[in-house]
Each structure stands twice: as C-alpha cells, then as structure tokens.
Design a protein around this ligand. Sequence first.
Ligand code: PSU
Ligand code: MN
Length: 304
Amino acid sequence: MTERIVVADEVRAAVSAGRPVVALESTIFTHGLTRPRNLEVAFAAERLLREAGVTPATTGVVAGVPTVGLSRDQIELIEAADSGTVKTGIRDLPVAAAKGSHGGTTVASTALLAQRAGIEVFATGGLGGVHRGAATTFDESADLVALSSIPILIVSAGVKSILDVPATLERLETLGVIVLGYRTTCFPGFYVRDSGCTVDAVDSPEAAAMVARARDDLALRSAVLIANPVAADKQVDPALHDRVLADAEQEAAAAGVRGKDLTPFLLDHMHRGTDGATLDTNVAVYLGNVQVSAEIATALVSAS
Ligand code: PSU
Ligand code: MN
C-alpha cells in the first residue's frame, strides 16, 4: 500500500489486538470551539476514553501528513494560533499534502482516515448537514456524502440546529446512512435535546454494536449514525437559541460568509451571542457522545 497515512503505534497495536479504539476529529478544536476551552476539551475527550479502557485516536493533518492518533505535542502544534491550520475535508487532504500544511480534519475526512486505519467507532459533537437556504445556496456538508460510503459507526448529537434538520434527515435517508436515536425517538438538535424530528431508537451499546455488525454482514458500506441527545440540564434555552441563531444567520449573510467558513462563523456567533452558554453546551454534547462511543466500541469488540 502506498497511501501515506501515519497511524500511531498505540492505535495500530490496539486495532490489531482487537481492543476498543475510538477516533476523534480535530476541526472541533482547530475551528469549532474557542480558546482556551478547545484544547482542554480535546484532552478531556482522550482522558475519558482512556478511563473507559478505550484507545483514543485523535485524527488530523501534520505538515501535510494525515495522522490517526495525534500525540499531545501534535495536537498543540496544529491548534496553535500561528500554525496556519486549515479546516480539512476529504477534498482538502491532497492540497494539504502538497503544501505541507497542518489541518483540522472534519467528520468526513476523520471518518475516512479512521476507517482506513481499521477503526470502527468515531465520536463527534454534531455532524455537518444541509444548511438553511440550501435550496438556493446548495450548501450541504460533505459529511453527508462521505458517510454514505464509509462503514464506520459515528456518535453525534444529531446535527447542529443551525442547519435545516428535516432536509438533512431526508438526505441521510437518500444516501443510505443508518440513523438511530440513542435511547430516544427524538432526533436531537445538538444544542437542544429535540429537533422536532423523529427517528427509530436503539436502546443499548450492545444493540448499536449489533446494527454495525449486521451492516458488515450485508457488506453495506454506509455509516451508522447514533444520535445521542445532550443531558436535559445542559441544553440551551430554546428561545434564546432561536433568537441568537437568527442574529448569526443575518450577520453571516451580511458579511457574505460562505463555503467552509460558514459553520465556524455561525458557531462562533452562537458562542459569543449567548455569553458562552452554547459553548458550555457544545462541550457537554461532545463529552457525552465520547462516553457513549466508548461503551459502543467496547460492546463492538465483545460482539466480534
Ligand atoms: N460539530 C461541532 N463542532 C465543529 C464541527 C462539528 O460541534 O466544529 C465541524 C465538524 O468537523 C464537521 C464540520 O465535520 O464542522 C462541518 O463543516 P461543514 O458544514 O463546512 O461541512
Ligand atoms: Mn458547507
């Protein structure tokens, strides 16, 4: 194999020994969360996995090299303010490689790299999706298409409420992504527990693991999306949420923000417009998903 992906020794050893491993993305700490919380959260997620007996594989691009299982130093390096780190989806990987730039990998590129490294489970905050107004802007996250052809199990709190949630669910259906609520039939809206959309539920880590195994038995190549809602006491007040989001959207339109800058712009506005309330929720959402991913990764190993 000539493809140039570096897999950390610890991750490689765990995968080949059949021990549980969970992949983590890096855009969440390079472009999603604000300093200094971002780094704390990146390390907290890894710690949580280790405490659950799971090997973390934080994924990113270091000097052009896609790396599965970043070291602490590498995480700090690509996070640094002066690092020129680029938000890196799948199509950006070759560009980063050619230029030798650092990259924070999105859900799409993290899923791709992790699956190539033999990892079966991935935890994120919220998946990308169909943006509001996509009927005219065509802004739909590459995360959706990626998950149609990458057989990984991803735990996310549904999709961000800054998106068009019903349209995103329609696209996930079209793309053949398996979507299940974790112990709920209410599809979560990231900052809020209930997006108002309904999905089928799965009620235990073992049941989620069985779905992934059954997918493999059928030789399907699509992802399983386990949608895990944030804890009730951590969700953002829905009224505040809607008000600040409307503001953020107006500002984005006025400033002409588009393409891959839009999601970080909206998140940043939400965080500042709520005096950090959405930031606290974002962190709670993410760590909650990491916890569930650890349980599913462990169940998946026992089910093998
Ligand atoms: N969820 C978060 N914070 C983030 C993202 C998701 O809580 O920063 C990132 C993920 O990396 C996701 C990306 O893949 O946003 C989607 O961006 P876009 O809409 O441009 O595809
Ligand atoms: Mn987009």
